[in-house]
Design a protein around this ligand. Structure first.
Ligand SMILES: Cc1ncc(COP(=O)(O)O)c(C=O)c1O
Length: 391
């Protein structure tokens, strides 16, 4: 594991521990939804336990759950998959992403990734013996990955493109035209695509989510990840999935069987209830995020902090470079002084140390309280900037 990532992860853990020691902490860094899991999902899990459904599941998951996933993916993402041979249920998105990378990337292979990105892709690529080739993205373009930059980075070692849309931490969403162009690059150079769509139900303003596998030419070369963690507030239940063409899924299923076997059967029953039951809780969460996102953006505007407009997901990646502090100093100061936890961009990559990642996964009153306290910290920092002593 690369040193910078290890220290980034350790840094986040120590900041979370400090936040936990404050009774009045406001957590605006972590990425786990704050809502309770909807009751009918919990009821289904209880029922599975009462019915003693501890019987085994095939490594790829219960057939009923795979059918529910196939229906969801066809309805939302516009791609049809055979539940018998093209879907594997995983222990959350995290296992799904590792399985996808291990299926496609081997020693010496390169994977092109827009930067910044979700940490664990780097870890999994390293474990597979591969290498990430980063394509920079910038707040002025809302962290858009320019297909021309991607194309420039393709060489004979390139094996795959990683597309995370909506993105964590940059909150960018790949437009339909860019998606078409990116898929075209993959087709032209015979590359695989790893598509992480875990935030696909959360897009803002007029932005639309486009699934890579739905583009012409993409299905046969694309593995797609999704999970219940974000959409159903089920982080701890550990249910995710990968969809893809049968030949690739056969290898992925073998890896899944060898690494963890089946996903918890109780969680799988909960997953069936999530996907086939009422969807109003998902809509309620999506509507709430719209309001909270607006509140955070307004507060950042008032503080004079710039950001790439978050088009989807649950994050805001904001630029605090003008303070003269790096994001670690900034986040530490806001935490210690105001008990507000934001994540330093340096935890995602060294190149992003002038950014902070904020989330809006707190009840609205708490979120507003956190933003007010952040404003107080900013006033202090600006006053020191005025007399040349901010640190
Ligand atoms: C982009 C992305 N992919 C995958 C995951 C892993 O999701 P899970 O919590 O289901 O393991 C996360 C978690 O935050 C994420 O942000």
């Amino acid at each position: 594991m690369p040193e910078r990532k290890k220290s980034g992860t350790n840094l986040l853990y120590s900041m979370m521990a400090e936040a936990a020691s404050y009774d009045d902490a406001v957590i605006m860094g972590r990425g786990d939804p704050d809502f309770d899991t909807p009751e009918h999902i919990i009821a289904a899990a209880k029922e599975a336990m009462v019915q003693n459904h501890s019987d085994s599941s095939p490594p790829e998951g219960l057939p009923e759950l795979r059918e529910a996933i196939a229906a969801r993916v066809e309805r939302v993402n516009g791609v049809a998959y055979d539940p018998a041979s093209e879907i594997v249920v995983t222990n959350g998105g995290q296992e799904a992403l590792f399985l996808m990378v291990l299926t496609l990337i081997g020693p010496g292979d390169e994977m092109i990734v827009p930067e910044p990105n979700y940490n664990t892709y780097l870890d999994s690529t390293r474990f597979a013996g591969g290498r990430q080739i980063e394509v920079d993205t910038f707040p002025q373009q809302n962290f858009r990955a320019d297909p021309a930059d991607v194309r420039r980075n393709v060489n004979e070692r390139t094996k795959a493109l990683l597309l995370v849309s909506p993105n964590n931490p940059a909150a960018s969403v790949i437009s339909p035209q860019d998606m078409r162009d990116l898929v075209q690059i993959a087709c032209d150079h015979d590359l695989f695509i790893i598509s992480d769509e875990i935030y696909d139900l959360f897009v803002y303003d007029d932005v639309v989510h486009t699934s890579a596998a739905a583009m012409p030419g993409a299905r046969e070369r694309t593995l797609t990840l999704n999970a219940l963690s974000k959409a159903y507030s089920m982080t701890g239940w550990r249910v995710g999935w990968v969809t893809g063409p049968a030949p690739l899924m056969e290898r992925l299923r073998e890896l899944k069987a060898a690494i963890t076997g089946a996903t918890s059967i109780i969680s799988q029953y909960a997953g069936i209830a999530a996907l086939t039951g009422p969807q109003e809780p998902v809509q309620m969460m999506a509507d709430t995020y719209v309001r909270r996102r607006r509140a955070v953006l307004q507060a950042l505007d008032e503080m004079g902090i710039e950001y790439g407009v978050p088009e989807g997901g649950q994050f805001i990646f904001a630029d605090i470079g003008f303070t003269g502090m790096d994001s670690m100093q900034f986040a530490q100061r806001v935490l210690t002084e105001q008990h507000v936890l934001v994540y330093p961009g340096s935890a995602f990559s060294e190149a992003r140390k002038q950014y902070i990642r904020m989330t809006f996964l707190q009840p609205e009153d708490k979120l507003r309280e956190g933003l007010e306290r952040m404003k107080i910290a900013m006033e202090g920092i600006r006053a020191e900037l005025g007399n040349g002593s901010a640190s």
